[in-house]
Design a protein around this ligand. Structure first.
Ligand code: TRP
Length: 336
């Protein structure tokens, strides 16, 4: 760790699910509350424009994601929480980084390959240049704040490597300036899809695959009830689905209950109905708390918009100072 600045970005994808929550947001809150870091969290609306989208939906989702992060425990007095597009320095630095990032490195990004292939299968397929340069903007997000620590999942490993190579090339060309950001890998439970428990929980696998973080009790219970487990025979190894449910129970903090089920299953009894019941109870407890907090925060839109402006102002103060240095180093005017 070369400094104690933490930065992470989250896409405004609409309603968060428990996979995002346990896999990322719980960790954001924990890092904030340790007090050991300077934590900066960003809703990356510009990244959400790289694939076809609807403007009204994007606007709604961005504000909702900001509210939801606060509902989950991000605290504007402890962290800088803001919306990417409200700090125009992100796109400014992205241009400059586009000129120190090699075309070859971008063509090797597997996320671009995967996403562009998915899009190609669709009617009126359109693959934007923005989708291609997505990781350059991500490097700008991180390095504008000199963040050396980036809490993200394994799927972002290659993007972070690219951020490091961008920082490196910049430093070589213009003088030592940016830290090389590292992945802040922390133990986060990997939550699998309820319907296809060999895959990561994701909305794209359909409504039965995930539990929304703000879903009502009835929906939560019915989704957990229909989760795939295994054949329930003690002679076969416990299925991924059943293990995923135990993991969920632990993620909710119900360690003793999980241990008790595990013991029972080891001794031969593989009835999953009580496990599902326990998981549903724990998730209902979590989601009803979060739903209440979300409603409370969302009820005062003036305050939400003020917090968005204040967050952006705090971020901008740092971003402006960085851009001043960058202009000076790269031979651009406007840094005096
Ligand atoms: N690409 C990240 C994701 O899909 C989101 C992101 C954008 C991000 N900018 C970032 C993550 C900067 C960490 C740091 O999850």
């Amino acid at each position: 760790m070369t400094n104690n600045i933490v930065f992470s970005g989250i896409q405004p994808t609409g309603d968060m699910h428990i996979g995002n929550y346990f896999g990322a947001v719980v960790n954001y809150v924990r890092l904030q509350n340790t007090g050991a870091y300077r934590t900066i969290y960003c809703v990356v609306d510009l990244h959400a424009m790289t694939t076809p989208y609807d403007p009204a939906t994007l606007r709604r989702n961005t504000e909702q994601m900001f509210i939801d992060l606060l509902a989950c425990g991000l605290d504007p007095d402890k962290s800088i929480v803001f919306v990417q597009s409200m700090v125009p320095e992100h796109t400014e630095l992205a241009w400059i980084f586009g000129c120190v990032c090699s075309y070859g490195d971008l063509t090797r990004q597997t996320q671009f390959k995967e996403k562009s292939e998915q899009l190609e299968g669709k009617q009126d397929a359109f693959i934007s240049a923005g989708l291609f340069t997505y990781p350059v903007l991500q490097a700008a997000d991180i390095l504008l704040y000199h963040a050396a620590n980036v809490p993200v999942g394994q799927d972002q490993k290659q993007h972070l490597e690219l951020s490091r190579s961008i920082a490196n090339r910049f430093n070589t060309q213009f003088g030592e300036y940016f830290p090389e950001p590292e992945m802040l890998a922390t133990e986060t439970p990997k939550i699998l899809s309820l319907s296809e428990p060999t895959k990561k929980m994701s909305k794209s696998l359909g409504p039965k695959s995930y539990v929304g973080l703000f879903e009502d009790e009835k929906t939560v219970r019915s989704k957990v009830r229909s989760a795939v487990t295994d054949a329930g025979e003690a002679s076969t190894p416990m299925g991924e689905g059943a293990r995923n449910l135990l993991g969920l129970l632990r993620a909710c903090g119900k360690h003793e209950q999980a241990a008790a089920f595990e013991e029972e299953y080891a001794s031969g009894n593989r009835r999953y109905a009580p496990l599902k019941e326990a998981v549903a109870d724990a998730l209902v407890e979590l989601t009803s708390d979060l739903r209440a907090r979300r409603a409370e925060i969302g009820a005062d839109r003036e305050r939400v918009r003020r917090l968005m402006r204040e967050g952006a102002e705090k971020a901008r103060a740092i971003a402006r100072a960085t851009m001043k240095d960058v202009r000076r180093l790269t031979g651009l005017p406007g840094h005096e």
